[in-house]
Design a binder for this molecule. Structure first.
Ligand code: HEC
Length: 126
């Protein structure tokens, strides 16, 4: 099937709109894209001052991280809890110190970014 040839007027409109479309795409990319932050070798747990660990425990309780990051009947903070939203179901991530499945190889910079930008994962671009 042959499509009708677009009129010169239509072609001009497309040509005029194209740079705008490209600019909008680049702007969207520039404002949302974040480079990956390199993983670290996790320090020994005993390297953390006990006062920091206690403060972290309090903050995690205040933030109620476990309520979303624990599946029903699952390991605390191991993720997998389904959160139904109007735009689809989100699944929480594993935020245990596990180096492979959790966030044990995240640097402070990666963790800070995730806390500041919704969904700002260490190695993904959102
Ligand atoms: C209201 C539910 C909810 C609470 C409470 C919550 N989170 Fe989350 N969190 C999520 C969801 C859902 C995601 C996954 C978002 C995505 O995939 O884009 C997430 C993602 C993360 C990530 C990114 C992990 C990864 O692998 O990408 C980190 C880190 C995180 N949360 C830490 C925390 C901490 C620390 C707390 C407590 C201070 C907390 N979250 C509280 C729902 C929650």
């Amino acid at each position: 099937m042959m499509l009708p040839r677009p009129s010169p007027k239509t072609l001009r409109r497309v040509q005029r709109g194209l740079p705008l479309l490209v600019a909008a795409g680049l702007l969207a990319l520039a404002t949302t894209w974040r480079p990956a932050i390199a993983p670290i070798s996790p320090p020994d747990r005993s390297a953390f001052p006990i006062a920091d660990v206690e403060r972290g425990t309090v903050l995690a309780k205040l933030g109620d991280c476990a309520v979303c990051h624990t599946a029903q009947g699952g390991t605390p903070l191991a993720g997998g809890r389904a959160l139904a939203t109007p735009f689809g179901t989100l699944y929480s991530n594993n935020i245990t110190p596990d180096p492979a499945m959790g966030i044990g190889r995240w640097s402070l910079a990666a963790f800070t970014r995730a806390m500041q930008i919704a969904g700002g994962n260490r190695d993904r671009r959102t």
